[in-house]
Ligand binder design. Structure first.
Ligand SMILES: Nc1ncnc2c1ncn2[C@@H]1O[C@H](COP(=O)(O)OP(=O)(O)OP(=O)(O)O)[C@@H](O)[C@H]1O
Ligand SMILES: Nc1nc2c(c(=O)[nH]1)N=C(CO)CN2
Length: 170
């Protein structure tokens, strides 16, 4: 069984697509943890603000099969692939960590660089995996967040899934 952390993002019909993604992940995998949902301005392009969160799952799929399964979930949520990389999206699901795998496996680069680059990835990860150690930085996510330049604003959102509030942030 692999422990996997996924980053979810949406800036079109955000509540619908994040909910729909959580429903799909719950059908296909065992969900171990959900972070809060955070709203932030689009980074890298001028578009609508995003909702982002991190989800920990457990799976027997290898990386290639997991990537296929996540792409299918993106497709079911109307993800367009014929648009520039930095543009609006209904749903983006990225693999941040797959156990402690480091390097390129089946075209998947791990650990995903965005962990160290984007507050909208690092904060929700630190929320649910505070004491875990980043496989190459060799620091805990809590320590990495402590040291992170907090210039990028994130707003915790009251978000309910399956009738329960999943927000932990104050
Ligand atoms: N850590 C990763 N998680 C998911 N896909 C990855 C990863 N590393 C490489 N890839 C590969 O890169 C391809 C493009 O995905 P990538 O996530 O980089 O682009 P995107 O989803 O279009 O844009 P974004 O950077 O906005 O997520 C994927 O199809 C996948 O095969
Ligand atoms: N706030 C925010 N900005 C982004 C995001 C995202 O998920 N959240 N994803 C992008 C493309 O992967 C580009 N910019």
């Amino acid at each position: 069984m692999a422990r996997v952390f996924l980053s979810l993002g949406s800036n079109e019909d955000r509540e619908f697509h994040i909910t729909s993604c959580l429903d799909a992940l719950n059908r296909h995998f065992r969900i171990l943890a959900l972070s809060s949902v955070y709203e932030s301005e689009a980074v890298g392009f001028s578009g609508e603000p995003f909702y982002n969160m991190v989800v920990e799952i457990e799976t027997e799929l290898d990386l290639a099969a997991l990537n296929d399964s996540l792409k299918k979930i993106e497709d079911e949520n109307g993800r367009r692939r014929d648009v520039p990389r930095f543009s609006g999206r209904t749903l983006d699901v990225d693999i941040l960590l797959y156990d402690d795998v480091v390097g390129n496996v089946a075209g998947i680069e791990l650990p995903r660089e965005e962990i160290t680059q984007n507050a909208f990835v690092l904060l929700p990860l630190a929320e649910i995996a505070a004491e875990d150690i980043h496989p190459t930085c060799q620091q805990s996510y809590a320590a990495m967040w402590q040291a992170y330049d907090k210039g990028q604003k994130l707003w915790p959102i009251d978000f309910n899934w399956q009738g329960k509030a999943i927000s932990k942030a104050q």
